[in-house]
Design a protein around this ligand. Structure first.
Ligand code: ACO
Length: 332
């Protein structure tokens, strides 16, 4: 590293993949005691994608990674770190990340899964950044991939209408960037991130099975109102810390890309910081809650439609089971 330059983890490309089958609220009405009106009013969700038997977390992850690599102008050989955030791995082991690594034909470097439920992508981005800044690795594929449809109790209308399947991926590259800078001269890359967890909230959102307890996969269970309260009330601490760490305010942001769980949670978080609706990327209406995949899916939509451009200041933020929660600010 020379002079006033330092390594930053810079975004090179974004990609996503969805299952073939789209399920609208209307279609759900025929199998679940629910209504399009109830789902839209309480969550903003209009449809979600559900994986077929031959579509798994790793196949969706591989498809998303291929698009991200293409957008980055890179090949699988350029990647030496694969981090996959998921709570719905293909198998208990090996990790989905190693399956994605093999599917892409990558035979060097390291690949591992990271589990922080809906906050998984923010945790994975922050973890990959630390590898890249240490100098140990050069280019990372960071993937959020899920098939939550496999862990839903389709008899439980309070949860099954909320989730969907999908995957998103970004390529991060270690690059020397100016150490400091203000306004338009801010360096590119991840400027700051803040992660938190507090395991005492386990019972509010969990899966009631696992290899070491029930020897089954289990189903998702949730106290919806408690999760809602925590999500709206608590997540602002990591956002405030992340703004402070890079010396900017919410008004400096070009785009706010929160976890896509529920329209009301998204709106309330943005309002707390005075972020206007036109700067909020919202895809929950189209994808439902895809857990760790929701942020990279939303990033891919906003990059593909030309909203997010190089130089833009973007905040990502999420909360998930545990609870786990975190935020990061990236100069695109
Ligand atoms: N269709 C129709 N009626 C329903 C449905 C459904 N799918 N689900 C519940 N209801 C009924 C309930 O039975 C209840 O009926 P009752 O009054 O006769 O008892 C009524 O609707 C109200 O139920 P509530 O649970 O009070 O509804 P609420 O307004 O709290 O909305 C919701 C529920 C949408 C789950 C809300 O609490 C929420 O968004 N919570 C956040 C949870 C979340 O987003 N989790 C995602 C995972 S975690 C994460 O990603 C951060």
């Amino acid at each position: 590293m020379s002079g006033d330059l330092r390594l930053r983890a810079v975004v090179k490309g974004v990609g996503s993949a969805l299952p073939k089958r789209c399920v609208t609220n209307k279609e759900l009405e025929s199998t679940v005691d629910t209504s399009d009106e109830w789902i839209v009013q309480r969550t903003g969700i209009k449809q979600r994608y559900i994986a077929a038997d031959d579509e798994t977390t790793s196949t969706l992850g591989i498809a998303a990674a291929r698009v991200a690599l293409e957008r980055a102008g890179l090949t699988p050989d350029d990647i030496d770190l694969v981090v996959c955030a998921t709570s719905t791995p293909d198998y208990t082991f090996p990790s989905t990340a190693t399956m994605i690594q093999a599917g892409l034909g990558i035979t060097r470097g390291v690949a591992f899964d990271l589990q922080a439920v809906c906050a998984g992508f923010v945790f994975a981005v922050s973890t990959a950044e630390k590898f890249l800044l240490s100098g140990s690795h050069k280019r990372a594929l960071v993937i959020g991939a899920e098939t939550f449809s496999r862990i839903l109790d389709w008899e439980d209308r309070t949860t099954c209408v909320l989730f969907g399947d999908g995957a998103g991926a970004i390529v991060l590259e270690a690059q020397e960037q100016p150490d400091q800078g203000q306004g338009d001269n801010l360096p590119r890359g991840i400027l700051a991130s803040c992660l938190r967890s507090d395991g005492k909230h386990r019972a509010k959102l969990y899966v009631d099975g696992g290899p070491s307890t029930t020897k089954t996969v289990g189903f998702l269970r949730m106290e919806g109102k408690e999760v809602f309260k925590f999500a709206v009330g608590q997540v602002t601490d990591v956002m405030a810390e992340t703004f402070a760490a890079c010396g900017i305010t919410a008004q400096d942001l070009d785009w706010f890309v929160p976890h896509q769980a529920n329209r009301r949670i998204i709106d309330a978080s943005a309002q707390k910081f005075g972020i206007p609706p036109e700067k909020v990327v919202t895809t929950v209406q189209d994808h439902g809650n895809t857990s760790a995949a929701s942020i990279p899916l939303a990033l891919a939509v906003a990059c593909d439609d030309g909203r997010i451009k190089p130089g833009d200041l973007v905040m990502i933020e999420a909360i998930g089971g545990g609870f786990t929660w975190g935020a990061a600010i990236i100069r695109w």
